[in-house]
Design a protein around this ligand. Structure first.
Ligand SMILES: [Zn+2]
Length: 307
């Protein structure tokens, strides 16, 4: 595992600083995976995507917390984020012809014209723009298959605030907190609602992962926990193999064993085409594991053993 810089992110409401670790590279050596899909990997720790400010208690998406500084992993001296950036396209990471087609469709030019343009890398996109603009440009051009580089333009000479040294890590939320955020309308799209409902489900199962506490079936839990799973079942996109597998596991944990098998169609998965064959193999192994639990009429959370 190779750590990347520690980012200093500000609360979007009160600007209180928080720390978020990053990774240059990680791996799943020694990782544990459970039937609900949660993985805990010591060599690939995950930061939350959704959190709560440690100072004012505001719920927010981490992607909405502006980055105000960073610490390099090899030094303890923090740096402020540049005030503005110059942005350019510096590389193509997909097939050139595909990228040219996407470029032509996006900008209404000919494919030949797009190819000539792409041969002139680097292409300057913007000068002296803020981080939010950089992020928008990066998302737009990465979608086309291009790599976007940001270079500092204007930098601050202000000293770094003392409080950065003691800034708390991003908080991981418990089930009740996530239900409260959902009730407060913090999920702005169906995809965000799916993410929050999965996070609440995983958090609600966290007490049972190490086997020290006896499993409480969902039918005996509070109404909020059960209806969270029922709503998640409705939201999942059943055209995706990974979502069908998750739907099967949710139905199993709800004790709806007959519904479960309808989501876990092994034949359909075996005949599906995947860009990544390894992903298909992993899904098939996981599906066989869940089907085995269903046949035992077992609704408990179980650790998945790949061997
Ligand atoms: Zn705050």
């Amino acid at each position: 595992m190779l750590p990347g810089p520690t980012l200093i992110l500000a609360c979007p409401k009160c600007s209180a600083p928080h720390r978020s670790g990053t990774l240059e590279s990680g791996n799943t050596f020694g990782a544990k995976v459970w039937s609900d899909g949660k993985m805990i990997a010591p060599m690939m720790p995950e930061e939350p995507a959704f959190t709560k400010c440690s100072a004012c208690g505001t719920f927010c998406w981490v992607s909405d917390m502006p980055q105000i500084g960073s610490y390099s992993p090899w030094s303890n001296s923090p740096q402020r984020e540049p005030l503005s950036f110059n942005v350019s396209i510096d590389d193509i990471w997909d097939e050139e012809e595909l990228v040219a087609r996407r470029w032509a469709a996006e900008f209404g030019c000919s494919i030949d014209g797009a190819q000539r343009m792409l041969q002139k890398l680097p292409i300057e996109l913007a000068k002296d723009v803020d981080a939010a603009t950089v992020n928008k440009l990066t998302a737009k051009y990465e979608e086309l298959g291009l790599s976007v580089a940001r270079m500092p333009c204007r930098t601050s000479t202000e000293p770094v605030p003392q409080e950065w040294a003691t800034a708390p890590d991003l908080l991981s939320l418990n089930e009740i907190e996530i239900f409260s955020a959902l009730g407060g309308g913090l999920a702005r799209t169906p995809d965000e609602e799916i993410l929050l409902r999965i996070a609440a489900w995983h958090a609600g199962n966290d007490d049972y992962r190490d086997g020290s506490k006896a499993w409480v079936p969902y039918l005996e839990r509070n109404a909020a926990a059960t209806s969270n799973l029922e709503l998640l079942l409705v939201l999942l996109d059943k055209s995706k193999a990974s979502h069908r597998l998750m739907a099967g596991e949710i139905a199993r944990q709800l004790g709806q064993f007959d519904d479960t098998l309808s989501w876990l169609d092994q034949d359909k998965l075996e005949h599906a085409s995947f860009e990544d064959e390894q992903q298909k193999e992993n899904l098939l192994a996981f599906m066989a594991f869940i089907r085995g639990l269903v046949l035992q009429r077992n609704s408990q959370l179980v650790q998945f053993d790949e061997s």
